[in-house]
Design a protein around this ligand. Structure first.
Ligand code: HEM
Length: 225
């Protein structure tokens, strides 16, 4: 079998390469203290609301770029309105914080940096935008469902109701099939090997941004015990 310098068999689908390359960071994200405490039911609903608020700043950038990227040869195929989350986040925030939630939201420094990088990619590097798109949406369709279940049980939200709508993809009837289709899009991405490597690097950066947001949330919501 032909093997590249990194030891990966040549011809490995890009969707596999990107998943394997971010695997370690994924484990870190999953096991971050903030996530652990949140999902372990050790934090109040305020911590969950603050996290939801941070997501809103990021998804606003991911989705405000959609119109200008939808015909882009690289990012265009990934722009699928059934994934859009901004409206759901706004509904969740109205539930969590009340109708005037906008007056009280503020990005953490890590969120500001994350959102700015998404905006920068959207504007000047569509392949980099794909990395951010993958990191968020494929995660939401996967582990997001675990988070939803825990949030419903911990803070008593209605099943798939206000408070957890972010995690509910009403227009995606079969998430497993959707993810398969998404991986096919990744495998067919209109980029050469060098650009694919850059996408993988940007994906790692996207995970870093998420880790930084978790760290700052963890500092804001330390466990008192
Ligand atoms: C406690 C938090 C998390 C849990 C429990 C979790 C769980 C999971 C699970 C079970 C999968 C596999 C789904 C499958 O094989 O189809 C998955 C995939 C994924 N997760 Fe997470 N996750 C968490 C946090 C995150 C975070 C913070 C990110 C990044 C922002 C993320 C990004 C991803 C991505 C991109 C995938 C898709 C991997 C692929 O198949 O290419 N996850 N997650």
């Amino acid at each position: 079998m032909d093997v590249t310098a990194t030891g990966t068999p040549t011809g490995t689908p890009f969707s596999t390469l990107i998943r394997v390359a971010s695997h370690e960071q994924h484990t870190e994200a999953e096991t971050s203290p903030f996530m652990g405490h949140l999902l372990g039911g050790r934090l109040g609903v305020e911590a969950y609301a603050r996290y939801t608020e941070q997501l809103w700043f990021v998804y606003r950038e991911l989705e405000s770029a959609a119109a200008s990227l939808k015909d882009d040869p690289i990012a265009g195929p990934f722009i699928q309105p059934e994934l859009f989350r901004t409206a759901e986040l706004e509904r969740d925030l109205a539930h969590l914080r009340g109708a005037d939630w906008r007056a009280g939201v503020a990005p953490l420094p890590a969120t500001t940096a994350y959102a700015a990088r998404v905006a920068e990619c959207a504007e000047s590097w569509p392949a980099g935008y794909v990395a951010h798109h993958y990191t968020r949406y494929l995660g939401d369709l996967s582990g997001g469902q675990i988070i939803r279940d825990k949030a419903e049980k911990t803070w008593g939200f209605d099943r798939k109701g206000d408070g957890v709508r972010f995690y509910v993809f009403e227009e995606i009837g079969n998430p497993a099939a959707f993810k398969r289709g998404y991986r096919e899009l990744l495998d067919a991405v209109n980029a050469d090997d060098l650009e694919k490597k850059r996408i993988i690097d940007e994906c790692k950066r996207a995970f870093d941004f998420n880790g930084a947001v978790f760290r700052e949330l963890g500092a804001e919501f330390p466990l008192s015990a």
